[in-house]
Design a binder for this molecule. Structure first.
Ligand code: 5GP
Length: 115
């Protein structure tokens, strides 16, 4: 698999506004925020999507979710509520094939999708 931009962010080759780093995960602000708080959480080991991650390493998926919750606390949105999404494939608009959780909050988010 060729490198994605998230490997470059992990290697500090591309700058990012890092919110939290743990032994197994990295959280940084989305460059194009779609909510008042919009942070991406990635596992440091690359999997293509959340299903591949869950199948290969359930503990690492749990680490991603724990980091997402820690980010929500740091951002002050844990009490008011936040959303965690994993875009998977074309219809969901996945553009980076290194699994990442979108942590969204800081405002009323509305329904998950429109139709
Ligand atoms: P996806 O669409 O794959 O679920 O999410 C990829 C996310 O990466 C998008 O929300 C997009 O705004 C974000 N993104 C794309 N390029 C960059 C970048 O260079 N830096 C950061 N911090 N986020 C990026």
């Amino acid at each position: 698999m060729s490198e994605t931009l998230f490997e470059k962010i992990m290697a500090r080759e591309i700058p990012a506004d890092i919110v939290l780093e743990t032994e197994t995960t990295l959280a940084f602000r989305d460059i194009n925020p779609r909510a008042t708080t919009h942070v991406l959480v990635i596992p440091k080991t690359r999997y293509r999507n959340v299903a591949d991650l869950a199948a290969a390493d359930p503990q690492l998926l749990a680490d991603v979710i724990s980091t997402a919750d820690e980010v929500a606390k740091l951002e002050g949105v844990a009490a008011s509520g936040y959303r965690v999404t994993f875009n998977t494939g074309d219809d969901a608009g996945q553009t980076v094939f290194h699994v990442h959780a979108h942590v969204l909050g800081g405002q009323s988010l509305g329904p998950e999708a429109s139709r």
